[in-house]
Ligand binder design. Structure first.
Ligand code: RIB
Length: 320
């Protein structure tokens, strides 16, 4: 079976790591590159984590360093959610690999051209690297079969009232990608919320990890700490086992791995708000066709939950 060539643009990140594990543990895809961007933690941290994950998972791929900040807006970060080192403060073995000397956008373009239009891009952080590649290489879009992105929100936001973190992190970059003409499958915030996990489900899924178990246990311990602190801040009781834990980036990986078998999408024309004082980074879905434009996004609306869980369970068990 021909494997799908994939490049992962990310800001690892606990849920980025789970998505990378799912893709690395699948027979369906071949990871050709991991590119790092600003986002959950700064570029140095996400690059260090990308290199460490490449070695820890034994990946035969390149790692390339991308943008250190958004195109125009101020830089954001989410170390509360992911830990100061971006991996729940798990002490992952330091990498012996080095990043490519060329920047992410040059590497993405070079590798995409080698795949004759079959390259798939999984985007799990702010879209700055992808936007730069599109702007620097106008024919890049001809070499990308589809983008699977975790980002956007069909209603409320998470790191701002109306915007989801990745898009809030670089709304201008998102608009460049949305208007590029590259086919896009979007796993937005609501997918991650709807297909979140009970604490007991995460415990069961992570129990299948072998070599990765210490890392997954540390991730879970960090999740419990920050979820408890959020509940304390809101004056709410907290019980991990019955609370919903979201792993947003893993829904984008699942969408790629399930495509055609267990995934339902609906097509919409979507734009990203870049001017609003309170709505910067909001993704606006043209449900009524008011803009009179052809759809540019396939929005994930349903996933086979058991298939999603088995993708995670099986991938975790693969690494010994
Ligand atoms: O809003 C969820 C997204 O923000 C995920 O990609 C997570 O890693 C954080 O970057």
């Amino acid at each position: 079976m021909n494997k799908i060539p994939v490049m992962i643009d990310c800001d690892p990140g606990i849920d980025d790591t789970l998505a990378i594990i799912m893709l690395a543990g699948s027979e369906k895809v071949k990871i050709k590159a991991i590119t790092s961007t600003h986002g959950n933690v700064g570029l140095e941290g996400t690059t260090r984590n990308a290199l460490a994950l490449k070695d820890f998972l034994g990946l035969d791929c390149v790692v390339a360093k991308g943008a250190s900040k958004p195109m125009i807006v101020s830089q954001k970060e989410a170390s509360t959610v992911h830990g100061l080192n971006g991996l729940g403060n798990y002490d992952i073995p330091a990498s012996v690999s080095k990043a490519e000397t060329a920047p992410a956008w040059d590497v993405m373009y070079r590798l995409a051209k080698e795949e004759n239009g079959q390259m798939v891009l999984v985007v799990l952080g702010p879209m700055t690297n992808v936007a730069i590649t599109i702007l620097k290489y106008p024919d890049f879009k001809d070499y990308i079969k589809r983008i699977y992105m975790m980002g956007g929100s069909r209603n409320w936001g998470n790191h701002s009232q109306n915007a989801e973190f990745n898009i809030w992190g670089d709304p201008h970059a998102c608009q460049v990608v949305l208007s590029s003409g590259i086919p896009i499958t979007m796993a937005d915030l609501q997918v991650g919320n709807e297909y979140g996990f009970l604490g007991t489900e995460i415990t069961e899924l992570y129990s299948h990890a072998k070599k990765l178990k210490p890392m997954m246990d540390r991730f879970q311990r960090h999740d419990k700490i920050w979820m408890q602190s959020e509940c304390d801040r809101l004056g709410m009781d907290f019980d991990y086992d019955t609370s919903i834990t979201t792993k947003y980036d893993s829904t984008a990986a699942a969408a790629l791995l399930m495509d055609g078998d267990g995934l339902e999408t609906e097509d919409y024309y979507v734009i990203c708000e870049t001017q609003g004082s309170e709505t910067e980074g909001q993704t606006i879905f043209d449900y009524s066709g008011r803009f009179g434009k052809q759809p540019n996004v396939s929005l994930v609306v349903k996933m086979d939950r058991e298939k999603y869980h088995s993708l995670i369970r099986n991938a975790l068990a693969r690494f010994e």
